[in-house]
Design a binder for this molecule. Sequence first.
Ligand code: SF4
Length: 631
Amino acid sequence: MPEGRTGRIAHVDLTRGAVEMETPPESFYRKYFGGSAMGMYYILKNTKPGIDPLGPENVLTMFVSLLTGAPISGQSRMCANALSPLVDGIGDAQCGGFFPAEMRFAGFDGLVVTGKSASPVYLWLHDGQAELRPAGHLWGKTTSQVDDALKAELGDDKIEIAQCGPAGEKLVRLAAIINMSNRANGRTGLGAVMGSKNLKAVVVRGKSKKLDWADAKRLNEMAKAGAAELENNGDVLGLQKYGTASVVSFQHFSGTLPTFNYNAGQFEHFERLQGETMADTILKANDTCYACTVRCKRVVEAEWAGQPVERRYGGPEYETIATFGSYCGVQELEAVSLANQICNEYGLDTIGTGATVAWAMECFEKGELTENEIGFPACFGDAGAMVRLTLAIATRQGFGDVLADGSRRAAAKLGKGQALLITVKGAEAPAHMPQAKRSLALIYAVNPFGADHQSSEHDPMVEEGASDLYMGRLKLMGFDHTLTPRSLDAEKVRFALKGQHFYSFLDTAALCQFVWGPAWTLYGPQETVEFVRAATGWETFTLEELLAIGERRLNMLRAFNARMGIGKDADRLPDKFYRPLTGGGPTDGVALTHDEVDAALREYYAQAGWDPKTGNPKAETLKRLGLEWVL
Ligand code: SF4
């Protein structure tokens, strides 16, 4: 591969204060590609069983890919990995924005961070150079304060900054890595890993925006075709018009808008929270990630209880609206936006935080937690309590100190509320209900980093009523007929696994799942293959190779968990998912059954090539994927 098409990997030893560069061969890129697969390569090579996620022996990686920085939509993503301080086993989270593309322009494809600095530092990557600089003056500052301070210090307002925020400094296990003060590697507590290492920020800047593409003309043609296609794709157009909040009403009417801590699938005040309402009230602008034509990000300005919600913190996504809104029974969009701002300002995952607040509220409603313990009443629907608890978590103040470790640890510490949890492996469930989307029940259970809605394709894409666009694309993946709604039979398991491999590739190639995907997105499977060919020059690259790369990443994540002693026993869904939903609507009375989930797990392990007794990848599976060294 010509020089310039790949960049460097920086190995940052914080204990020694040293940075070493590596330039791997093309064969390494073809096998691991980038993103979290490449991160997992270094984590598997450099960690031992039994390490402390918040100790210096944990390894934090941040990787983009060979596609990042291309002049086409949906390619500016960065994947972070480390042993998670929140969930059992590996942590994994992706972000968008301009940081990922700028990291490539700075000359870097990835970072491998080991050790712990004796005092706070930031990593400054620019034009192929890497240096560690003191960050004591930034410690304790919020994300926007750090953004302003570093731009002034480096005399450049075009730098991009990924940082841990005050929550990460305080080792809040729900902490995220934040860039632009409004984009997050949200899930699995990786901001706390940064904080534990005294790594306040990673700053990137490349003066030259020139990357070497194998076929720049083809990339431009694909970009133009995608922009033209946008008008014909209602799903993606909805994202542009109303952001991810465009799905609030759809979720409500489908009975899949988690409400009152996942007890119901409909929220009577959903109209107050939907994207159309945001557009009519507090929305000030659309925002985007580098070179993306979809522009799905929101910028809002509002006020709630005398507190301003500022534009620089963006606006709430669907997941944020659901977790702080319907999960908590809160209908005030302004209060949800304020909670979103607090998360972005202090560095918190909105899903985990909102869901943890909802759990505390249900505990209060059911008498398991008292006003004395919390410090104030916290009923469902109390927007003030929701905001106070969010800030308390961010700062570890009062009862927030208990909740800061996530709902599962809070329940364990308090010795109550376990039956009200919605966690898998310690990760709070996102706002897509597995009771209705049955394949998600399976994926929530087996996903190596807990309940996650972005690790596979969702059931409606293949179920009766699926559009010609979806089915035409899924045919390329081996699905030539629709499947029965709410089934979890062997064919649905195959759909879940195949979709998981595709999405796993997306998190390896660091691609946005609203733009690239197997069914509903702007570009489908064939175009994704074309993108790889045009960017890299690998004209022999196929969809089978793409899926194998995704499968390789999934097995690396799972093999890491196996090494940490986490396997089949952790593939358990919360009891709540087996209890009938209430509150009316099409999912009223619907619940998972143990029989169907257990049968689906057996079928999944068989199809995935994992040992049915342990849930770990079999040796033959690892060998087939070229991962014999993991054994
Ligand atoms: S679709 Fe949205 S999240 Fe994805 S790259 Fe474009 S602007 Fe970013």
